[in-house]
Design a protein around this ligand. Structure first.
Ligand SMILES: *[C@@H]1O[C@H](CO)[C@@H](O)[C@H](O)[C@H]1NC(C)=O
Ligand SMILES: *[C@@H]1O[C@H](CO)[C@@H](O)[C@H](O)[C@H]1NC(C)=O
Length: 263
């Protein structure tokens, strides 16, 4: 099966729209990534999954394209999970009360693919649930750096997605590699990542998960090509740090009853 995929990869180039994609990885040690959030996203007729990560007890970061669906969309976050098909004692299920989608997000080309979610209540921080710090404006990864990505996405081209959290190590690549494959690749706002041996990659359902380098989140799973494992595009968090900080500050204002944005 893998060999067949590798052969098709060489000839077919199809963009895969929507929720991103872990292949070639391994099962994560349960609860070794306590910042990971499982997102259940729903409109009246459809349900899909994405990844996300806790950056403050009341805030989860993810990809904007995860909620790019018709109708009114609701998001529920599950923290402290390993196997999402089981009712684990460690899980905390918290509804999202507000979605901050980047105002310049564009589904076409995946620009500014970032979304901040405000949780209905603060998560309880314990051995299973913990926030992770993220890159500041002046903090960058370099080509050749090794990072990890984790998610509950598909483990091959076909469904089903994974019940248990999977993880994979991927390398930061030169911008040029992505520019050759993605016409809308923007080095200031995106990070080019991947396994040049084309054995490891993220897959559908992994979107929104963090690219973690040296214990800090630097990227968000954003785009890839359906039948290609390499390269893939992540949202560059450092570029959006001021926007994230501004939105996080607004959480407190919204909490004041009667303030204009307290809906
Ligand atoms: C839910 O979203 C899907 C994907 O965008 C769409 O096809 C479907 O029509 C939507 N359902 C409603 C009720 O809007
Ligand atoms: C987790 O969130 C708290 C509250 O905002 C913050 O003080 C702390 O620095 C965060 N921890 C990490 C690792 O970012």
């Amino acid at each position: 099966m893998l060999l067949l995929l590798l052969l098709t990869n060489a000839f077919v180039l199809l963009p895969w729209a929507g929720a991103g994609r872990i292949t070639g990885g391994k099962e994560a040690v349960a609860h070794s990534r306590p910042y990971m959030a499982f997102l259940k996203i729903k409109n009246a007729t459809n349900t899909r999954r994405c990844g996300g990560f806790l950056i403050r007890p009341d805030a989860v970061l993810s990809a904007a394209h995860c909620v790019d669906m018709k109708g009114s969309v609701s998001v529920t976050v599950i923290l402290g999970a390993h196997n999402v098909s089981r009712p684990e004692q460690s899980q905390q299920k918290i509804p999202v009360v507000k979605k901050f989608i980047h105002p310049e997000y564009s589904g076409n080309g995946g620009k500014n693919d970032i979304m901040l979610l405000k949780l209905k209540k603060k998560a309880e921080i314990n051995e299973y649930v913990r926030n992770i710090s993220f890159a500041k404006e002046n903090e960058h990864v370099r080509a050749g750096d090794l990072c990890t990505v984790s998610g509950w996405g598909r483990t091959s081209l076909d469904p089903p997605p994974s019940d248990v959290l999977m993880e994979v190590e991927l390398k930061v690549q030169k911008a040029k590699i992505c520019q050759q494959v993605f016409s809308n690749y923007q080095p200031q706002t995106m990070i080019c990542v991947g396994d040049e041996n084309r054995k490891k990659s993220t897959r559908r359902g992994d979107s929104g998960g963090p690219l973690v380098c040296n214990k800090k989140a630097y990227g968000i799973v954003s785009r890839g090509k359906k039948l290609r494992f390499f390269p893939e595009v992540f949202t560059r968090i450092s570029h959006f740090e001021p926007w994230i900080r501004e939105k996080l500050r607004s959480f407190a204002i919204q909490d004041i009853p009667g303030s204009p944005s307290s809906k």
